[in-house]
Design a protein around this ligand. Structure first.
Ligand code: FES
Length: 163
């Protein structure tokens, strides 16, 4: 079966090799985290602190929180968090090292632009975004329990505007 050889689920923590999620699980001391699927982890009820707005001084696809399966992207006056899990077969997405304004999936070569819109692959398979906000201490928080598909990318909860 086609999907079984390309399974992107994390390796069990007891294994000798770790993908980025398994590594984070071990590093955080949560052995059970490495046993759940990315979709289960994406629904965490704990916001991810991704720093302050000053940590994003220019337009960029940041991989700093890739271990949380998100990109934090500053693009054209907005800061948003997009999934780093491919909508095809849940492969791991990365910023293209040859073209850092692009996101790629090494599994089957789907590509996405800096907004998370698909540019190479089936139409409509854009990257979902997560709720993002700035708290009263100036910390930028990403809430992966709330997501936004492309028709809702203008929702004010899906981005933080830059002045
Ligand atoms: S998993 Fe197939 S293109 Fe990403």
């Amino acid at each position: 079966m086609m999907g079984s050889s390309m399974n992107a689920d994390p390796a069990p923590c007891a294994g000798a090799s770790y993908n980025r999620r398994g590594f984070v699980s071990v590093a955080s001391g949560c052995l059970l985290c490495g046993l759940v699927t990315p979709s289960a982890r994406a629904g965490t009820d704990r916001p991810i602190d991704v720093g302050t707005l000053k940590d994003y001084p220019k337009d960029e696809i940041s991989e700093k929180y890739i271990q949380n399966d998100i990109f934090v992207i500053r693009h054209k006056g907005k800061l948003f968090a997009a999934t780093a899990i491919c909508p095809h077969q849940r492969g791991y997405l990365l910023r293209d090292p040859k073209k850092p304004t692009r996101i790629i999936c090494a599994s089957h070569n789907w590509r996405f632009d800096a907004e998370g819109a698909i540019t190479s692959g089936p139409e409509g398979k854009d990257l979902e975004r997560f709720a993002i906000s700035v708290n009263d201490k100036g910390r930028v928080l990403v809430d992966t329990s709330r997501s936004f598909q492309r028709p809702n990318w203008d929702d004010k909860a899906s981005f933080v505007p830059f002045p």
